[in-house]
Design a protein around this ligand. Structure first.
Ligand SMILES: [Zn+2]
Length: 211
C-alpha cells in the first residue's frame, strides 16, 4: 500500500519530501500537499477504516477537482486532444470522466444495483450527498462511501490504462474488481460490534459479486 501511494504521489511531491518521510500515511500526504485536511465535511467518511487506503487519496483529489484529466493536459499543451480517453465522445473533464461518460455511467449503474442504492442517483457526486444525508446507519454510510471511493479509483485506473496501454477495461471486469476489493476490505477490518442485520447485508454484498 505504501509503495502504491508513494508512486501516486511522486508527481505531487519532490523526491526530497518523499525521502524525508519514514512512514507514509495518506493523511500525512494530504497535510503535506495542502497544509491541512480540515474544513471538509465528508472527511469522516473518506478517512474511515472501511475505505481501501489506496482509494482515499483519489476521493480527496476528486472532491477538490484535482484529477489531472486530458482536458487539463490539453490546456497546458501536454495532450494534443482534450477528448475522453475512454469514449472519445466528449472533452475529458473530471465531471465527464466520472459522472457523464457512458462508461462510468454503466459502471455506476451496476454498482448501484449491487449495493442497493436508488436508481435515480444519476452520478457519484449526487450519490455521495445522498448517502451523507440518508437515514442509513453510520456503518452503512461508511461502506457506501468506501464503494464510491473504489469506483472513483478504478474509473481513473481504467482511464490510465486507456492512456498507457490503449486498452479499455471491460465494465464487467471493473465492477468485479470494485466488488472484490470492497468485500475483502470489509471482512478484514469490519468492526467487531456489527449487528446481525448489517452482517446479513454484508453477506448479501459478498454473494452478489459478479463472476
Ligand atoms: Zn467518456
Amino acid at each position: 500500500m505504501v509503495c502504491e501511494i508513494k508512486e501516486e504521489l511522486k508527481g505531487l511531491l519532490s523526491q526530497n519530501q518523499l525521502e524525508q518521510m519514514e512512514e507514509y500515511s495518506v493523511k500525512d500526504m494530504v497535510k503535506l500537499y495542502t497544509g491541512s485536511v480540515e474544513n471538509v465535511g465528508w472527511d469522516k467518511f473518506v478517512w474511515n477504516r472501511l475505505t481501501v487506503p489506496k482509494h482515499r487519496f483519489f476521493v480527496w483529489l476528486t472532491m477538490n477537482n484535482r484529477l489531472q484529466t486530458t482536458s487539463i493536459w490539453h490546456k497546458i499543451g501536454i495532450a494534443s486532444s482534450a477528448s475522453c480517453l475512454i469514449c472519445d465522445d466528449d472533452e475529458e473533464t473530471q465531471t465527464h470522466l466520472l459522472f457523464e461518460c457512458k462508461y462510468s455511467s454503466a459502471v455506476f449503474r451496476q454498482v448501484k444495483r449491487w449495493c442497493e442504492l436508488p436508481d435515480n442517483l444519476t452520478n457519484i457526486n449526487i450519490a455521495l450527498r445522498w448517502i451523507a444525508r440518508s437515514r442509513k446507519s453510520c456503518f452503512q454510510k461508511k461502506v457506501l462511501f468506501a464503494i464510491m471511493g473504489a469506483m472513483i479509483y478504478h474509473i481513473w485506473g481504467s482511464r490510465n490504462e486507456a492512456y498507457w496501454n490503449q486498452k479499455v477495461i471491460t465494465i464487467h471486469r471493473i465492477v468485479n474488481t470494485i466488488q472484490k476489493e470492497i468485500v475483502e476490505r470489509l471482512y478484514r477490518v469490519m468492526p467487531k460490534k456489527v449487528g446481525t442485520a448489517r452482517k446479513m447485508w454484508l453477506r448479501r454484498l459478498a454473494h452478489q459479486v459478479c463472476n
